[in-house]
Design a protein around this ligand. Sequence first.
Ligand code: AMP
Ligand code: ZN
Length: 144
Amino acid sequence: MADCIFCMISQGKVPCHKVYEDEKCFAFLDIAPVSRGHVLVIPKEHAAKMHELSDESCPALMLAVKKVSKAVQEAFSCDFNILNNNGKMAGQAVHHVHFHVIPRRGIKEEFSFNWVPRKQQGDDDAEEILERIKERIIGSANKQ
Ligand code: AMP
Ligand code: ZN
């Protein structure tokens, strides 16, 4: 997509600190890292959100996330978060699918992605929720 910053990065039109590249994916350092070694992993295919990505790019992307995560973990002997935001309400600022790999080395690298407030019990209408989601799942073995 012509005016997408991440498409331009993966096509070499905008400079970045490249970490990894294969036929379908690309990874580079985040320009405003949450912690040292914060990497973004993207598909070369343009898709704004995860559910819009093709079935070909999706497994390739997961494999690239795994490879980058392994390298980051070994480089820094750290724990790490993998985050993926979809849509403005979920905090997505760049509308090209990307996974954040964020090293975590302790209290000094806390960041405010906190799951608060959170219910102490399941939703009251869990059965209805279940039905709404399950009937839209494609190819599930446990669909009844
Ligand atoms: P999100 O909020 O999940 O959409 O995250 C977008 C991320 O892209 C942020 O962490 C930004 O710092 C990062 N970012 C935006 N522009 C660039 C760029 N040109 N190079 C590297 N990272 C970028
Ligand atoms: Zn794009």
